[in-house]
Design a protein around this ligand. Structure first.
Ligand SMILES: Nc1ncnc2c1ncn2[C@@H]1O[C@H](COP(=O)(O)OP(=O)(O)OP(=O)(O)O)[C@@H](O)[C@H]1O
Ligand SMILES: [Mg+2]
Length: 254
């Protein structure tokens, strides 16, 4: 089972869109995919029409029952989507309290990793969507994965956020004794603007081969797809957004 974490401490850079787009493509190719929503704002859950506040089970349960967790505890929390093979482990607002209630407890950083190990045989790929803040949830998501995908909007301010994210991973990598396999992806790329071209150039020069050589272009179909609760590849298969994420997937699967 592959576990990919989509993270960036900067908000609105395309984390949830990347999670859904990659998840959709993989599921349509017959892979069994679990998308984990660790953002208390629950954008990923709402994307698929899951009302986070009306749920009886969510990823929060996994943290609360971390000591007596079984495969059933995890499977009971899953929600299907309109696509076969594509599941969501939804978030709730209550996740926002985790840092205060459990942040300092011993072993709290490995709860998600242990939970995913219980369902290892059920899925081919797990994609974890992170909130844009460093806290116990992002720490769990980073500890659980074999690859970190860092969407970065191609504009000046977003590059600052990226510096922070890369530093966070260095610190976490030292304490977890692991080197993150990191892929930075330029998102919302508008080739007509100078800002986009310049910031992509800077990305390449600052982060070298950690930067994916392709780009995710601006495409309004992403928003349209969210309105019909489908990944873009299922709603609008012949769009440049889909082509771009399919190329990225090829790279990630190498
Ligand atoms: N390539 C793109 N082209 C056009 N719009 C996009 C693109 N990627 C994302 N968007 C839109 O930008 C908005 C923010 O994207 P998204 O929710 O994926 O970011 P995020 O990093 O998950 O945000 P947050 O930090 O709040 O969780 C959404 O409305 C989404 O539809
Ligand atoms: Mg998001």
């Amino acid at each position: 089972m592959k576990v990919w974490t989509v993270a960036n401490q900067k908000g609105g850079v395309g984390k949830t869109t990347t999670t859904v787009s990659l998840g959709g493509l993989l599921a349509q190719r017959g892979k069994r995919v679990l998308m984990v929503d660790t953002d208390p704002h629950a954008s990923l859950s709402y994307y698929f029409g899951i009302d986070a506040e009306a749920l009886s089970h969510s990823v929060y349960d996994i943290f609360v029952h971390s000591s007596e967790m079984s495969a059933d505890t995890v499977m009971d929390c899953l929600c299907p989507t309109k696509l076969d093979n594509l599941y969501v482990l939804p978030a709730t607002m209550a996740l926002a309290t985790l840092d205060r209630t459990m942040g300092s407890e011993q072993g709290m950083g490995l709860v998600l990793k242990k939970a995913l190990a219980k369902v290892e045989r059920e899925f081919d790929v797990v994609i974890i969507d992170c909130p844009p803040v460093l806290g116990v949830l992002m720490v769990n998501a980073l500890a659980a994965c074999n690859k970190v995908i860092v969407p970065t909007q191609t504009e000046y301010l977003a590059l600052k956020g990226l510096d922070r994210m890369i530093r966070t991973m260095e610190i976490m990598g030292r304490s977890l004794k692991k080197a993150f396999d990191t892929v930075i992806i330029p998102t919302m790329f508008d080739k007509r603007t100078n800002a986009a071209l310049e910031s992509r150039k800077r990305l390449m020069s600052d982060y070298g081969d950690r930067v994916w050589h392709g780009v995710i272009p601006v495409d309004t179909h992403f928003r349209d797809a969210s309105q019909v609760q489908l990944p873009i590849s299922a709603a609008y298969p012949r769009t440049r957004g889909v082509t771009a994420y399919a190329k990225l997937l090829q790279e990630l699967e190498k």
